[in-house]
Design a binder for this molecule. Structure first.
Ligand code: HEM
Length: 284
């Protein structure tokens, strides 16, 4: 067992889950009070479902005023929590685990190929695979768009310049809604992948601890494939030929060592290797 997520990351993650759920549910309830982007008597180019309400079971807050109260209360939690998380990963250096690296597109393609059974072995990864990095990097950007468009809707007079920046009130509503849909889609895919591919990471996001043999890479895990922990902890796998304890100094006679027999045969290049928690290499 070793540390994986700092307490600040864990606490802000779970606060964020509650805040996002309440914000999305109450936002949909507010939307249902006027489920269109066109003003009365006008047309709106870019929403084919004008007048269609969100299902009631997705909404939160009971009625329009109740949903507004929840939305305006929870927006502070979401914004402050998001700033604490982003400030922490910036100061602590963990932003490096989330920012796409050189070769990101190729690494993401290799991960997708693995999930689609087009390659047999899990690509090498650091703390998060390339697809996770892409998703985790996009989430705060979409979150910032949600907050900014939200401010444009909340104070369209005092912050008129911001509302104008998004194309006016109707368009600010539209971008707010589209950003919510995008974040919701990412979050649903994220949860499905966690549950079907890396359920052990829920333990790490709760207690902070993680075992290397639980990792998708050690298990060669795809969604719903290879869910059991790997039998051997890959961090403990050291090629037999390089374990010093195995060598009895008294028995070392230079002439007895055949250089050709050392190392290569003992190392299986396909075998998972130990990696640093934060900054491992993608498949090269
Ligand atoms: C019930 C819902 C959710 C569950 C069960 C869940 C679970 C998890 C787990 C287990 C991890 C750790 C993954 C790993 O260690 O490789 C994680 C990371 C993360 N999740 Fe979620 N998540 C949920 C909802 C959300 C939502 C709604 C968002 C954002 C809108 C989100 C954003 C993130 C981010 C950004 C990370 C990376 C954190 C970091 O390493 O700094 N999650 N999540």
């Amino acid at each position: 067992m070793r540390p994986r997520h700092h307490p600040v990351v864990r606490i802000t993650h779970w606060v964020n889950v509650v805040a996002v759920l309440v914000m999305a549910g109450s936002g949909l309830r507010i939307f249902n009070a006027y489920p269109a982007f066109a003003r009365k008597g006008e047309a709106f180019c870019c929403w084919p479902w004008e007048g269609m309400k969100a299902p009631a079971w997705l909404t939160f807050g009971g009625w329009l005023a109740g949903a507004r109260n929840w939305h305006f209360a929870m927006m502070w939690v979401l914004a402050v929590n998001g700033l604490v998380y982003l400030g922490f990963i910036w100061l602590h250096g963990e932003w490096r685990d989330l920012v796409p690296r050189r070769g990101f597109l190729r690494d993401a393609r290799e991960m997708a190929r693995f999930y689609l059974f087009a390659r047999p072995d899990h690509p090498r990864q650091g703390k998060h695979n390339a697809l996770q990095r892409g998703a985790y990097f996009a989430m705060p950007i979409i979150g910032a768009l949600l907050v900014l468009t939200g401010l444009a809707l909340w104070k369209p007079v005092q912050l008129g310049w911001l509302t104008a920046l998004f194309g006016g009130y109707a368009w600010a509503r539209y971008w707010h809604f589209v950003a919510m849909l995008l974040l919701g889609l990412l979050a649903v895919v994220h949860v499905v992948m966690v549950l079907t591919t890396d359920p052990y990471s829920i333990i790490s996001m709760t207690t902070g601890r993680y075992e290397e043999r639980w990792s998708p890479e050690a298990r060669n895990a795809r969604p719903l494939v290879n869910l059991r922990p790997a039998a051997v902890d890959p961090a403990a796998v050291v090629p037999a030929a390089v374990v010093p304890a195995a060598v009895d100094p008294a028995a070392v006679v230079p002439a007895a060592v055949d250089p050709a027999a050392v190392v290569p045969a003992a190392v299986d290049p396909a075998a998972p290797v130990a990696r640093h928690e934060s900054r491992g290499q993608e498949d090269r």
